[in-house]
Design a protein around this ligand. Sequence first.
Ligand SMILES: Cc1cc2nc3c(=O)[nH]c(=O)nc-3n(C[C@H](O)[C@H](O)[C@H](O)COP(=O)(O)OP(=O)(O)OC[C@H]3O[C@@H](n4cnc5c(N)ncnc54)[C@H](O)[C@@H]3O)c2cc1C
Ligand SMILES: NC(=O)C1=CN([C@@H]2O[C@H](COP(=O)(O)OP(=O)(O)OC[C@H]3O[C@@H](n4cnc5c(N)ncnc54)[C@H](OP(=O)(O)O)[C@@H]3O)[C@@H](O)[C@H]2O)CC=C1
Length: 333
Amino acid sequence: MSIPIAIIGTGIAGLSAAQALVEAGLDVQLFDKSRGSGGRMASKRSESGSLDLGAQYFTARDRRFAEAVQQWRARGWAAEWTPALYHAREGRLSPSPDEQVRWVGTPRMSSITRAMLGALPVQFSCRITEVFRGDQHWHLQDADGNSHGPFSHAIVATPAPQATNLLAAAPKLASVAASVTMEPTWSVALSFAEPLDTPVEGCFAQDSPLDWLARTQSKPGRAPSPDSWVLHASSEWSRHNLDLSKECVIEALHGAFAEMIGCAVPPPVESIAHRWLYARPATAHQWGALSDGDLGLYACGDWCSSGRVEGAWLSGQETAKRLQAHIANHAWN
Ligand SMILES: Cc1cc2nc3c(=O)[nH]c(=O)nc-3n(C[C@H](O)[C@H](O)[C@H](O)COP(=O)(O)OP(=O)(O)OC[C@H]3O[C@@H](n4cnc5c(N)ncnc54)[C@H](O)[C@@H]3O)c2cc1C
Ligand SMILES: NC(=O)C1=CN([C@@H]2O[C@H](COP(=O)(O)OP(=O)(O)OC[C@H]3O[C@@H](n4cnc5c(N)ncnc54)[C@H](OP(=O)(O)O)[C@@H]3O)[C@@H](O)[C@H]2O)CC=C1
């Protein structure tokens, strides 16, 4: 057994790095503060079935990511989603079809990260509070006072604000992470006993508290009923209403939805609200990943790249590539 590499975060970035490292013959040990993997690609189980409250779909513009998505499709983890798309501007709803290929996890968004995790060693419900280096190796401290280690390298794969403290051993990396602003998103799911009388299956919105809405049943592999909708508030609305109660957020976004959708909207049979505090970086970056190869500390995530699923996956690959290159150089010297 070689000394494993610690990976903090089992979102798509951490899992992308883990997969590449394991394929290269290295051992990894993953940690996540949540009860399951997926991070912002997680799905919530509810009485109305599984609901994608975070990432709604993803596009694949980079060749390497497109190849990975084809493998996911072949294994049944992902499928193309072809919604009837609309846009809403100044209160007007219009069809807005396009040629973009969009993908979703099947039968839920979290299927992809669950499958990527497979049997990799992981500790859930474990919030890492400190990443520190001893004489030779890395050690982690968690919020319950437990220590973990030794590890040959450490990879921090959390959103930037949560990465800053964990990168304290490399102040330059920590200050880059600290410079990233991440915007919040309030997400609400509403389920209706009877299907709403509308052809809309996905809608980009402007001039509204909402910036996106999607009909769950239009995605491949989802339960056929009830008629569930996921609504995302814009960053601006979410920022201004960050501390509103879930009940008030549901009421406000239900109202905005009813105003936008152009058909009768009865009271929902189930409603869920989730606040994503670190939903997306305010601006895209082109770092790919952050690394201090000599120290053996790395950081990855969507905030190092495009702020989307594709960017997070690519960032994990970049981290694994840099780490392997450093090991290879070290072996030669
Ligand atoms: C509402 C919403 C809608 C979105 N819609 C889309 C979309 O339609 N298309 C698209 O491409 N992208 C979308 N995104 C963005 C996409 O979800 C992210 O870019 C991507 O999932 C980020 O992956 P990641 O691995 O970098 O981070 P995350 O998924 O955030 O993973 C980080 C993990 O680290 C864990 N963690 C954090 N701190 C600690 C700690 N101290 N100790 C242990 N574990 C820790 C977290 O629990 C989490 O599991 C959306 C995001 C949100 C929130
Ligand atoms: N809410 C969050 O926290 C969050 C949301 N994110 C959203 O994720 C998607 C992913 O972006 P990607 O570039 O992969 O997808 P698209 O090409 O589908 O969309 C990009 C933006 O382009 C506009 N757009 C695209 N298609 C259409 C269309 N048929 N009609 C109208 N407009 C379209 C739209 O932008 P605007 O509404 O015009 O501003 C799309 O947003 C994307 O939706 C993100 O918003 C990512 C991370 C966090």
